[in-house]
Write a protein that binds this ligand. Structure first.
Ligand SMILES: Cc1cc2nc3c(=O)[nH]c(=O)nc-3n(C[C@H](O)[C@H](O)[C@H](O)COP(=O)(O)OP(=O)(O)OC[C@H]3O[C@@H](n4cnc5c(N)ncnc54)[C@H](O)[C@@H]3O)c2cc1C
Length: 499
């Protein structure tokens, strides 16, 4: 299958092919459900879209711009020939989470942002949507058959099951190592499960990829928070496993430090997203669930998390939803497409505003916010113009549900509990950039725990470097043990480390 039969198609012709639109739910429809907005390509339209790829000579800008350095032109060539599984395998040479990256990567500033079709004035090739299609195609048709290498007898513990932990677990298990993944939440997946909303990434995809990794022999030990009181420590893991990877993310929510922040009805973004997007059975026991229907919701914060919160609130039947951001839209860090979708879904944006205090009603529940208007000053360290309060500009708005989406910090308490682990000022773990090695022998780190709150794809890229280096280290270790006459043991012969 290709669009010109056996006739070759040159670059000029490819440039004339208009972008194939991806069908999506209308705003009127999607505000009533949590299903993904994009419905995805079918087999015919994905072939046409992939044919738009100019097959640029190396070094291809799209491949360079992808933190995983996926060989995108080669994958898209296969798609243009109707060879969808072959295309998926090309992505898998470098990335194991195509079903995720195809959906949630900010492609407009990575692969698609570098697409040469865009430089010629056309719409960049929809690389992300094509990647998601081939991953779904392989999964739906049960085409992927993974064969791990022979067991090496070496063992690895991974702390955290987000994209960094999942990617490393799959890479290491395929190389024959026994891998245990320790996770604090009840289910594996990290922010892919407990964070990113279903309308961007439906959870069945995350469940399927966890099952795929489990089939390789990886054990997920959930409801276990390493280094917490009464739970196993990193040193316990280092004593039992040959190598340990810290993939704990950067999950401590930032706070404002203002009056009323702890009032009932003022929610932290992750708690709000988890409780509104997931069934109760997936929540830790006792986790509260907000009553959103009919409420006037105000979300504070201009990043992707803020967009995710406002759009979740709309889907829960809020009476009104407003996003307050202290700068202007030009300085917003989140994806423009998410804001466009949010506006289509009826969300109101209040720029250059910042809460001063949250005010309770007679029942003690948040009822109003005192806001202050801001103006833009000189650029700060981030290069964006600093928000400066306008004195005397305070005003009151009604809000009976507030969500704080202010960003995330690394878990300082966790890292302080690991002796001799070097970290940066705010708790990001310091690693060798080429290998992911930390300052402790036998201990690697990757993902948001190293980068600070960032992206799925950058978390995976670090995890890949760390996993490949762990694999090399374990090979050397095996040789050393062999020379000493010591056999390895697989971790499934041992119980996971218990508290
Ligand atoms: C609401 C939201 C939306 C986002 N949307 C996007 C998006 O659209 N596109 C994108 O690219 N990125 C997005 N991101 C960012 C992306 O999710 C993260 O960059 C990515 O998940 C980081 O991967 P990670 O594996 O390093 O950490 P995480 O996904 O955070 O996983 C870390 C895991 O470690 C576990 N853990 C932590 N401490 C311990 C411990 N002591 N013991 C055991 N387990 C522990 C945590 O419970 C968690 O499950 C979003 C983030 C948020 C919060």
């Amino acid at each position: 299958m290709n669009i010109t039969g056996s006739r070759p198609i040159d670059r000029k012709e490819r440039l004339l092919i208009p972008r194939e639109p991806v069908p999506k739910q209308s705003p009127e429809e999607r505000v009533h459900n949590f299903h993904e907005v994009y419905l995805g390509y079918d087999e015919e339209s994905v072939v046409v879209e992939a044919t738009r790829c100019l097959q640029c000579p190396a070094p291809q800008p799209c491949t360079l711009a992808c933190p995983m350095h996926n060989d995108i032109p080669r994958a898209l060539w296969h798609v243009s020939q109707g060879e969808f599984f072959e295309a998926y395998q090309v992505f898998r040479e470098t990335s194991t989470l195509s079903e995720v990256c195809g959906r949630v990567c900010p492609q407009e500033r990575l692969c698609q942002g570098s697409c040469v079709v865009g430089a010629h004035g056309g719409d960049p090739v929809y690389i992300g949507k094509i990647e998601a299609f081939v991953a779904d195609y392989a999964r739906k048709n049960g085409l992927l058959r993974l064969e791990p290498a022979a067991r090496t007898g070496r063992t690895v513990a991974i702390v955290g099951s987000g994209p960094a932990g999942l990617h490393a677990a799959e890479v290491l298990a395929l190389r024959g190592h026994s891998v245990d993944v320790y996770e604090a939440w009840p289910k594996p997946g990290g922010l892919l499960y407990y964070g990113i909303p279903c309308f961007k990434l439906e959870k069945d995809k995350v469940v399927a990829l966890v099952e795929r990794i489990e089939k390789l022999g990886v054990r997920f030990i959930c409801n276990t928070r390493i280094n917490a009181p009464g739970q196993p420590s990193v040193d316990d893991l280092l004593a039992q496993y040959d190598a340990v990877l810290l993939a704990i993310g950067s999950g401590v929510p930032a706070t404002m430090g203002i009056e009323g922040e702890d009032l009932p009805g003022v929610w932290k973004s992750i708690d709000f997203l988890v409780a509104t997007n997931l069934p109760k059975s997936d929540l830790p026991p006792g986790m509260p669930v907000p009553e959103v229907k009919g409420k006037h919701v105000v979300v504070v914060g201009g990043g992707d998390t803020g967009s995710d919160c406002v759009r979740s609130a709309v889907r829960c039947g809020a009476a009104s939803v407003t996003l307050s951001y202290r700068r202007t839209e030009a300085e917003m860090p989140g994806r423009a497409e998410d804001r466009q979708f949010a506006r289509e879904e009826g969300i109101k944006y209040e720029f250059l505003t910042q809460p001063v205090r949250f005010i309770p009603g007679e029942d003690g529940h948040v009822a109003q916010i005192e806001m202050r208007r801001m103006k833009l000053g000189e650029p700060d360290a981030s290069g964006r113009r600093r928000p400066v309060p306008i004195e005397g500009s305070e005003f009151i708005i009604n809000a009976d549900l507030v969500v704080l989406a202010l960003g995330f910090w690394p878990d300082d308490r966790f890292v302080k509990g690991v002796p001799d682990l070097e970290t940066k000022k705010w708790g990001e773990i310091i690693v060798d950039p080429d290998t992911g090695k930390t300052s402790r022998v036998g201990l690697w780190a990757a993902g948001d725990a190293v980068n600070g709150a960032d992206l799925v794809v950058t978390a995976m890229a670090g995890a890949r470097r760390a996993a490949l280096n762990i694999d090399a280290y374990l090979k050397v270790l095996t040789e050393v043990y062999r020379a000493m006459g010591i056999e390895g043991s697989t971790s499934d012969e041992k119980a996971p480390v218990a508290a």
